[in-house]
Design a protein around this ligand. Structure first.
Ligand code: NI
Length: 138
């Protein structure tokens, strides 16, 4: 059995969102969601870390070709969220309140069956420098 290695690719994207429930008033939304409920949107600079776990292929020395992983993340995630409004523009977030929790799970779902050569181990999303959200498929 080959040794297993965890490999992480970091990407960044900028996006707008608003956290709100349409059935609530602006005041009620403010109480639940704070500044992120601002009716006229606001943005975050997100950092995404995608970790793949796999055995090192003895032929290549790779778990997965990092260029290929970067491409998978760009095609399935970054191109759909970068400089977008997450409430309106991003099909894979339709119907969700775009909290970091929900975005993290949705990104996992976008990537989980597209990784070959290793398996998706975790998706981490940093909304600010001080908080991040991690999903491991459970
Ligand atoms: Ni926000």
């Amino acid at each position: 059995m080959e040794k297993k290695v965890y490999l992480t690719r970091r990407e960044t994207f900028a996006a707008a969102h608003r956290l709100f429930k349409s059935e609530l008033t602006d005041e009620e939304n403010l109480k639940i969601f704070g500044k992120c409920s601002n009716p006229n949107w606001h943005g975050h600079n997100y950092t995404l870390e995608v970790t793949v776990l796999g055995e090192v292929n003895p032929d290549t020395g790779f778990v997965i070709d990092i260029k290929r992983l970067k491409e998978i993340i760009h095609v399935n995630v970054i191109s759909k969220v970068d400089h977008k409004n997450l409430n309106i523009d991003t099909a894979f977030l339709k119907g969700l309140i775009p909290t970091s929790e929900n975005i993290t799970i949705a990104i996992w779902n976008q990537l989980a069956n597209k990784i070959s050569g290793g398996k998706l181990y975790s998706v981490k999303l940093y909304e600010t420098e001080n908080n991040y959200f991690e999903y491991k498929g459970e």
